[in-house]
Write a protein that binds this ligand. Sequence first.
Ligand code: MEV
Length: 419
Amino acid sequence: MFNVPEDKFSGLYKRPPEERLAAIASECGLSSDEMAVLRAGGLTIAEADLMRENVIGLYSLPLSVATGFRINGKDYLIPMVGEEPSVVAGASKVAKMAREFGGFTAVSTEPVMIGEISLLKPDPDVAVTVAAHKQDLLKVMNELAPTMSARGGGPRDVWAREYACAHGRCAVVYFSVDVRDAMGANTVNRIAEGLAPAITSLVGGKVVMRILTNLSVKRISRARAQFTDDPEMAKGILFAQSFAENDIFRAVTHNKGIMNGISALALATGNDTRAVEAGAHGYAAYSSFYRPLTKYYIEDGKLIGEIELPLALGTVGSGTSHKAARICLDKILKVKSSQELCNIAAALGLAQNFAAIRALTQEGINKGHMRLHSKTLALMAGATLDEAVRIYEHFRNYDGEVTMSAIKHALDELRKVRR
Ligand code: MEV
């Protein structure tokens, strides 16, 4: 039906980690030094000590790749960092389903971030005064971010809003800046601090804060895919969607499932996961009613899924200089811009959400989750690495409940046989 090339990495999960790394290295042209960086996590204590205060060690998490993604006609291996089982398997499985129907399409707006300068007791008519001096203020902003402007980005707009609060008359002066391939926090904060004196000389008042907002409503990504033509599966997904539309408790968890994918990619690429999470949940409530960030509907008998959310993910800038993050960005994802990375993140978020609600509306997530978790449980029960792998093999296709006592029993049995 769709003439899509086969996923070369289908079945990667069946191989041991070193073989998987070798396959990815050969596909992505990783050198032996780069492979060593990925194996070890990409950070020495000395480097960590330059990044943060009071460093006493390093803290590792699994780096995985989700396979099978086809986005805007291009195949991607998506690096994901996180502790939770089932997430990478779920994303890869759904990528494969969407692939059968041509894969994902995704678009992202220009990478425009918003900053705000909060003022207490300014003169009246701040919004009118700021609008009247917009060109002068843009000129000041341009001088504060000359390199951004040289790269085709730079300040775009400035506007204000006034309101009354418990402390008297207040105003917020907002400004927007195209930050190109950066996440943009440093640029926006520099402009906010540099612009504030020009604002108070126009409208008076006391500056309280100068900072970007993580609700980056001008930096929006959208993705879309067809997942199935099975009416029973579609029915379950539409029911799940409807509960998320009507119950905030469900909507928050629904959106958390989306972020299982997006935050894992953000972490792998050295981006600020908290900024992305704050923006996503803020956007979910932007219409003053907290909503799911995805929607599903039937079109010509096919189940279509869509996602829309703000994504402030950079491909250059501080966090992305982490050695492993650079390999993920340049070699594994091979992304050329922030917009391309955001397209991938949106598609991944949609896939992750579909994976979760499909499992929830079919067998439930616990069984699959616990089967995958069996290795960790085995280690907690005192198994060696080799024993944990055998126990996982044993439980992989197990239909019963994978409890700690079932794991301990399997470990005892394994040891009896091997004695
Ligand atoms: C678990 O990390 C994520 C889910 O709870 C998401 C959802 O309920 O949609 C499974």
